[in-house]
Design a protein around this ligand. Sequence first.
Ligand code: 4AD
Ligand code: MG
Length: 457
Amino acid sequence: VVDALQCTEYGTAINVKGWVRSHRNSKAVDFIALNDGSTINNIQVVVDPETIDAETLKSITTGACISVIGTLVQSQGAGQTVEVQSKEIEIYGLCPSDYPMQKKGQSFEYMRKYAHLRLRTNTFGAVFRIRHNMAIAIHQYFHEHGFHYFHTPIITASDAEGAGEMFQVTTLDLERTGKGPVPYEKDFFGKKTSLTVSGQLEGELGATALGAIYTFGPTFRAENSNTPRHLAEFWMIEPEVAFLDKEELMDLEEDFIKYCVQWALDNCKDDLAFLNKMIDKTLIETLESVVKERFVRLTYAEGIDILEAAVKQGHRFEFPITGWGMDFSSEHERYLVEEHFKRPVIMTDYPSEIKAFYMKKNPDGKTMQGTDVLFPRIGEIIGGSVREEDYGKLVHEIEARGMEKESYNWYLDTRKYGSCPHAGFGLGFERLILFVTGMQNIRDVIPFPRTPKTAEF
Ligand code: 4AD
Ligand code: MG
C-alpha cells in the first residue's frame, strides 16, 4: 500500500492485499478502505457492484482480510491522489461482527485486553512503526559513532543494580512427579540465577576491552510498581565507554536522544502527523523543541533547592519534599522539567545512598557522579553515571551494602587488571517511545506488556 499510494502511473494493473478498515456504499459504487500495515494511510478500493456477487460484497466488513486485483487510477475524491478500481476480490478471511476492534474510539484500557488484536488499529500501527524506526535509529547512531553492539546475558548470577528486584530462573520437571510442572530440586546452573535487571556490568567488561559498546535487549524487574511508566519486562539500551568523564557522558546522553528524536521527525512523518491529530496536539512541536534546546544541567542539591522554594511559594506536591537525601518521585522530576525549566534536565551528583553501588563518588565523599536525564511527560528517561574504577573503593562499597562480594569477582577483575576510567548510561526504550509517540501509558508502547498481575500471553 505504501508503494501504491506513491505511484502515479495511472492505468497500472495492481494487486493490493490487506485488512478492511471501513466499507461504505453509495448508489453506484462501494468504497473499501484497505490497510496492510505498511503505512498509516489506507488505499481506497472502488468496487463496481456489477463485478462481484452481492452477498460476497456485503460480507466484506471491517477487519476482513482481502486481496484485490484491479487498476490504479487517479482518485476523484478528496484526501487521496490514487485509488484502486477493483476487477476481482478474493476473500482470505471474513471478520464476524463480534470483532473486538470493530468499533472506533474504544478506550486504551479496553484495547489492552485485546493486545493481540489492537495491533491492527491505526494508533497501534503508528506506535509500532515508530518503535521499529527508533530501534533502527539507535543502531545507526552507535554504528556511526564507533560503538560495538554487544550482547549481554539474559540469565545472570548477580544483581547488576544491587536492588534485589529480580525474577528467579528455575527449571520445571514434568516427568518426575507426573503431577504437572514442579520446580526442579537442584538448580540447573548449580547456583541461583535470575533474569537480568541490566546488562551494565557485563557491558563494562565489553567497554574495557572494545572501547565503546552498547547493549540493546530485554530487561526484567520484579518491582511492584503499577504506574504508567513501569513494566516488569522492558527493553534497555546501555552504552558504556572507556575514558569517558562526566561532562562527556552528559554530552553523549544529550546528543544520542536528540538524534533519535530527529530521526523520528525525519522518518515517521505520517505516523507522527496522525498521533499529533489523535493523541497529543502538541506532539510534533514538543519533539522539535527538544531537538533544538540545550538540556539544563543541574546538581541534585540545586534541584532540592528549587523544589523547596516551590513549596515556600505554595506549590503542593503529593510526595513531600524532605530535603537532602530524599529520592525524587516522577512528580518532582516533572515539576522541574515541565514547570520550572520547561526543558529536559540532566541531574547530577546525587547522594550516594540513593544510587547504585558502582557509581563513582565525588571527593566530598557524600555525592556521586550520576547523570540522570529527566524529560517532560516522562520523568527519568535515562539513568547513567561515571563508574568507580578503584578496586579498593568498589570492594568497600559492595561490602558496606551487604552484597555478596564473591558473585562480583568477575566484575571486580576489570578493576584489578588494567582498570580505566569509564562511564555509561541506560535508556528505557519504552520511555523513549512514550515520549516520541505522545502516548500516556507505557503498556501501550510495547506489543505485549508485562506488569504485576498481567501476563496474558
Ligand atoms: O536507572 P536504571 O535502573 O539504571 C540502570 O539500570 C543502569 N544499570 C543503567 C546504566 O547505567 N547502564 O534504569 C535505566 C533506565 C531508566 O532511566 C528508565 O528509563 C528505564 O531504564 N527503566 C524502566 N523502564 C520501564 N520499566 C521499568 N520498570 C524501568 N526501570 C528502569
Ligand atoms: Mg534510575
